[in-house]
Ligand binder design. Structure first.
Ligand code: SME
Length: 169
């Protein structure tokens, strides 16, 4: 396992490009999904200084399903989110990335912290095409996520999907 993450580069695309092979190296010999996700979210926070970064995982509850808080870095957060609720539940329901430049303008946004100002949520899929987790990244600055973050974070989710599928299918 790589012991340190070292990301150089001045632009965000350069930084994501430098980070990806290190994330692959960090996770390639570990088979435990939670251990790998924990290190990936820590590496993202360490590299980009995000206010909050973490996963919500789709879990069974009663007859249905809910998003349940998974490994994260940042302030404590709400633990459960229903389908269609907030940015995370919307990304799950719509099966697509949602980028929110100003969380106060997003109907139904769930404010885990009043310091969170902008947000991006990317869904991850299993081999059957069902959403099995979402990666949620929050910033304490307005309009902090652009196309390059979306592309970079979607690549990170691609790696997490690959790791998920190794153990869960
Ligand atoms: N803001 C999210 C909830 C999760 S926290 O930001 C960590 C949402 O609206 O789904």
């Amino acid at each position: 396992m790589a012991e340190t993450i070292l990301v150089q580069g001045t632009t965000k695309p350069e930084r994501y490009a430098a980070l990806m092979p290190q994330l692959a190296a960090l996770t390639e010999t570990e088979t435990d999904w939670i251990a790998n996700v924990s290190n990936v979210v820590a590496a993202l926070r360490q590299t980009f200084g995000f206010f909050w970064v973490g996963l919500y995982c789709v879990k069974p509850v009663g007859e249905g399903q809910e998003l349940v808080l998974g490994p994260f870095q940042g302030p404590i957060a709400c633990t459960r989110i229903a389908l269609g609720r907030g940015v995370c539940g919307a990304a799950w329901a719509q099966k697509k990335t949602i980028r929110v430049p100003d969380v106060e303008q997003f109907p139904g946004h769930i404010a885990c912290s009043s310091e969170s100002k902008s947000e991006i949520v990317i869904p991850g899929f299993n081999t059957d095409g069902q959403v099995v987790f979402v990666l949620d990244v929050d910033s304490d600055r307005l309009n902090d996520f652009d196309e390059s973050d979306q592309r970079g974070l979607e690549e990170v989710v691609g790696l997490l999907e690959m790791l998920y599928r190794k153990t869960h299918g």
